[in-house]
Structures are given as C-alpha cells and as structure tokens.
Write a protein that binds this ligand. Structure first.
Ligand code: PGA
Length: 254
C-alpha cells in the first residue's frame, strides 16, 4: 500500500510570525491523521523557525522550494542541498513550472538538481506538466514523458526516495483544475512509464501527486482516482483550515 502524501508549496508567501501562527492553527486540526505523509515547503527564510516550531511533530516534514546543484562556492544568492539538509529539510521541489517558465530553468538544470538532491539524501519532488498549447496540440503525454526522461536519465533512487508531481501549467494558480479523470489518465501513464524503466517496486512505491488549483472542494474527486497518491498544493495550502481539510481527504492510504 502506498501512503498518501500532501505537500504544501507556499511559494513566496508568509513572514515568520504568519508561519508560526499557521502551524499553531494547523496542529490541532490534524489530530488523528496518521496515514498521510505531510510535507510543508515554505520559503528558505522560514525553514529554521519552522523546524523549531514543529519540534515534537515529526509527522510533518519540511521541504524547500528550490536549491542550486553545486556543492559550495562562489554562487551568490544560492543555497545548496547540504544546507537544506542542515536546516532539517527532507524534501525539495525540483522543476516547478514557475522555475521553468519565470526563471528559465531547463531540463539540464533540473537533471543536475535531481542528481545533487539524491546524492545529499533529499527526496526530490519532481514536477512535470504541459502547457495549454501543448495539451491542445495533443502533445501532453509526450511533453511529460520527455521532462521525466531528461530529469531522471542515468539516475537511481530508493523506494520512496523520489516523488513525482504532475502539474499541468494551465492549472497552476488559475483556479482551473484538471478534471480528475484526465489527471488519473496522466498519472497512470506516468506509473506505467516508471514500471517500464525502473521496475515494479519503483512503480508501486513512488508517490505520484497531482497539482494545480487543488482545494477542499475538489480534493476528494482526485483522491478517489486509483493512481493519485496525493497533491502538491499552492494557494489552498496557505490557509490552515483548507490545508487540513485537504490532508484529511488522503487519510486512508491506497
Ligand atoms: P496552486 O499551485 O495550487 O496554487 O494551483 C500548485 C503549485 O504550483 O504547486
């Protein structure tokens, strides 16, 4: 059985006091949740304080939203995988469409980041997804396959040492989520792709998430689908009540 996973991507939101207030509001709302893995990915500036605030709540893990693949050196403004480990991160988002489209990250950068994250013992949450233009042109499956192929080629990972998030670009932050059946179709395609390339064990253990305008009102539909193991949540993860409701939707494993 694959444990469900709900990951919050706060993007560039929240100050320290807002983050602490969020956690204090969230913890009582999650009482009784035990079968869902929870990862919160705040901005870098909040990681240390979040680690302190979450002391004694090992069931909530910390992730970063980005990092640079080099070990150390003259890279002004960058942060390494070892630094993320040092501050208490277990996960890191890699290849988010905002990194690809706003900051110009290419498949080659993403490959280097996955390699460096795995080497440092971080679990990458690898994002892939097509634009609206690509979907309308019937290229969605090819695009996602190519992104995964380029990101992972030549790399090996342990069971649950990798998370894949399918995030159609047109659904991110737009309020227009993919239909659950369309997301299921893509996630089933991704799972088959993993099975073909990495074998049954990987296919049966790697969590595959859907992301893009997930909210309390639509999460149950997604979680009812066979291959959807959880979600990567942006906007709705900024509100403790909404995030807790989403986490609860996944609280029974698959
Ligand atoms: P959204 O963002 O839930 O606000 O659409 C999802 C994401 O970017 O991971």
């Amino acid at each position: 059985m694959r444990k469900h996973l709900m990951a919050a991507n706060w993007k560039m939101n929240k100050t320290t006091s807002e983050a602490v207030a969020f956690i204090n509001e969230l913890l009582p709302l999650l009482e009784g949740v035990k079968d869902t893995e929870i990862v919160i990915c705040p901005p870098f500036t909040l990681l240390s304080e979040m680690k302190r605030t979450l002391k004694g709540h090992d069931d909530i893990e910390l992730g970063a939203q980005n990092f640079f693949w080099a070990e150390k050196g003259a890279y002004t403004g960058e942060i390494s995988a070892a630094m993320l480990k040092d501050v208490g991160c277990s996960h890191v988002i890699v290849g988010h469409s905002e990194r690809r489209h706003i900051f110009g990250e290419k498949d080659d950068d993403i490959h280097k980041k996955i390699d460096a994250a795995l080497a440092a013992g971080l679990i990458p949450i690898l994002c892939a997804g097509e634009t609206l233009e690509e979907r309308e042109a019937g290229k969605a499956f090819n695009v996602v396959e190519k992104q995964l192929e380029n990101a992972l080629q030549g790399l090996t990972f342990k069971n649950r040492g990798l998370v894949i998030a399918y995030e159609p670009v047109w659904a991110i932050g737009t309020g227009i989520n993919a239909k659950a059946a369309d997301a299921q179709e893509m996630l089933s395609f991704i799972r088959q792709w993993i099975r073909k390339k990495y074998g049954d064990q990987s296919a049966d253990t790697i969590p595959i998430l859907y992301g893009g305008s997930v909210k309390p009102a639509n999460i149950d539909e997604f979680m009812a689908e066979e291959d959807i193991d959880g979600a990567l949540i942006g906007g709705a993860s900024l509100h403790a009540g909404d995030f807790a409701r989403i986490v609860r939707s996944g609280n029974d494993g698959k």
